[in-house]
Design a protein around this ligand. Structure first.
Ligand code: GDP
Length: 525
């Protein structure tokens, strides 16, 4: 049964992540969005936190005052009648499987690209996950205030490198020192770049795409070039296709500069028009859970361990998939059918008090956890069992050999490893020949968190021996011959006893494929 008021609240939610390569401008654009939401009054706040310019306690004070969540993993604000949840996808040295799993909890993604650099490796990795989920992806080509690449080249790179059609919603009129503005075919206007004069920067266009008023810009060759390109694209480019956008086969592309706040609001307004409201979720029994179903349900997509040794608590991040959350509600944890009362819960709330206790499908809540939850867990209310589809496994890229420092403490070592692996903190492999334990991760931070938590939560000091980057490829067990293994392709098995090779590099993989052309090698995501 669906509830009309719930339906309305759910419909207002827009839950997304920003994917980008480090330094493309994710933090800067997030900050601009928070400014539009009235959450922060001064640009530079999120940045200051990131660069550590604030002492931690100062930052907590600032967060409290401005009402930003303590962790900034989820930022929620209201804008233009919508409730927006931005989920952070940590990059740099914080890159981890959590970064990937966060993408399981969003309904769309915003891809920020440095227009001078084009598509960079981390963007490509994150894009792949979004593409696999088939969620809509919106592109913001950033840093127009600097000399940028040819916009035509940036659009074709989307197709060539990522395999997604680009549909330019607007087109830059120059870049860097000659940035004049945006030729905005979607809004039928030219948006002038006048940093010193922000009032009404818009000049309307007629149906043929010509300015309706006289303006000296028409004499400018930079403008003429942009208009020509836009005309060409309108004639010969991909037509706007909302169904393709919904499936993630076409991406609307916007240009601008987050730093000087140019084109960001234009982007946000159009984004909100086309970005989807909370989606349905499938269970392991292939049943569909709708966001406006009355019973509450959600899944844990991330567990953040508290790095402070005096507090052993953790926060489990839950994407609400259906219904409404209310403080103190009892839910069933599907994995063990235990009933739990959700009393100690953080909502990543914005600026107003009335919003509290108002989380519905689409929102993210943070549960203070003393060890009840694992990544991927489903919680729900009501009699009907709900178990959402498993979160995918990702292909690790970094590996370490791990052992207990004190051989007398094997018991706590095994207990710790088993729990942390189950929780999804790292991946565990066992070498076929030596029986060595090998951990795999997508980012170095995962190993550090693992080591820290083993010591702090399980009182087990571990020794880690770096193995570096490897290419993990699973092999069909029927084709496996242990003689295929060598020091350049180490044979291991995963926690499901499935065999895989860890290749030293791409060259070693190619060499293997040449030698054993019939052997099938596969990767996870
Ligand atoms: P992140 O690593 O993706 O979060 O990137 P940041 O937002 O921290 O930006 C990285 C650097 O690029 C910072 O020095 C920003 O000031 C700068 N930056 C971000 N957006 C722009 C932009 O639109 N123009 C220019 N010139 N610099 C920008």
């Amino acid at each position: 049964m669906s509830d009309v008021s719930l339906d309305k609240s759910v419909d207002k939610r827009r839950t997304f992540a920003i994917i980008s390569h480090p330094d493309a401008g994710k933090t800067t654009i997030t900050e601009q969005l928070l400014l539009f939401g009235g959450i922060i009054r001064q640009a530079g706040t999120v940045k200051a936190k990131k660069s550590g310019n604030f002492a931690k306690s100062d930052w907590m004070e600032i967060e409290k005052k401005r009402g930003i969540s303590v962790t900034s993993s989820v930022m929620q604000f209201d804008y233009a009648g919508k409730r927006i949840n931005i989920l952070d996808t940590p990059g740099h040295e914080d890159f981890s499987e959590d970064t990937y799993r966060t993408l399981m909890a969003v309904d769309s993604a915003v891809m920020v690209i440095d227009a001078a650099k084009g598509i960079e490796p981390q963007t490509k990795k994150l894009f792949k996950i979004c593409k696999m989920r088939g969620i809509p992806i919106f592109t913001f080509m950033n840093k127009l205030d600097r000399d940028s690449r040819d916009p035509m080249e940036l659009i074709s790179q989307l197709e060539d490198v990522l395999g997604i059609e680009g549909y330019p919603m607007n087109w830059p009129i120059g870049s860097g020192k000659v940035l004049r503005g945006l030729y905005d075919r979607y809004n039928k206007r030219v948006e002038l770049y006048r940093p010193e004069d922000k009032d009404n920067p818009y000049l309307p266009l007629d149906d043929d795409g010509n300015l309706t008023t006289d303006n000296e810009i028409t004499e400018d060759s930079v403008y003429q070039d942009a208009k020509e390109s836009m005309d060409l694209i309108t004639e010969a480019g991909n037509p706007f296709d909302i169904d393709k956008i919904k499936r993630g086969d076409q991406t609307p592309v916007f240009f601008g500069s987050a730093l000087v706040n140019f084109g960001v609001q234009t982007f946000l307004d159009a984004y909100l028009k086309f970005a989807p409201a909370p989606n349905v979720h499938e269970t392991q029994d292939d049943e569909i859970v709708k966001p406006d179903d009355e019973e509450f349900s959600g899944f844990v997509f991330k567990i953040q361990a508290n790095m402070n040794p005096r507090h052993r608590d953790r926060i489990a991040f839950v994407r609400v998939c259906s219904g409404k959350f209310s403080r103190g509600m009892d839910v069933t944890l599907e994995r063990n059918q235990k009933s739990l009362r959700l009393s100690n819960v953080t909502e990543f709330m914005a600026n107003t008090r009335e919003n509290v206790q108002n989380a519905v499908a689409g929102d993210i809540i943070g549960l203070y956890d003393t060890g009840n939850f694992q990544i991927g867990d489903t919680i729900y209310t009501g009699k009907k069992n709900i178990n959402f589809k498993k979160l995918p496994q990702f292909t690790p890229e970094l590996f370490v050999k791990v052992s207990a420092k004190n051989v007398m403490k094997q018991k706590s070592f095994h207990k710790g490893i088993n729990q942390l692996v189950q929780e999804g903190a790292v991946q565990l492999y066992t070498a076929y020949t030596t029986g060595d334990y090998i951990l795999g991760a997508v980012g170095q931070l995962q190993f550090e968190v693992f080591q820290f938590r083993m010591q702090n939560e399980y009182n087990s000091e571990v020794v880690m021996e770096t193995m570096g980057h490897k290419t993990a490829r699973w092999i069909n067990p029927d084709q496996l011959d242990e003689k295929m293994s060598s020091s350049r392709n180490i044979l291991v098995k995963d926690v499901h006893d499935e065999p895989l090779f860890l290749f030293e590099n791409a060259f070693a993989e190619r060499w293997f494929k040449d030698k054993y052309p019939d052997v099938e090698l596969t990767s996870k995501l």
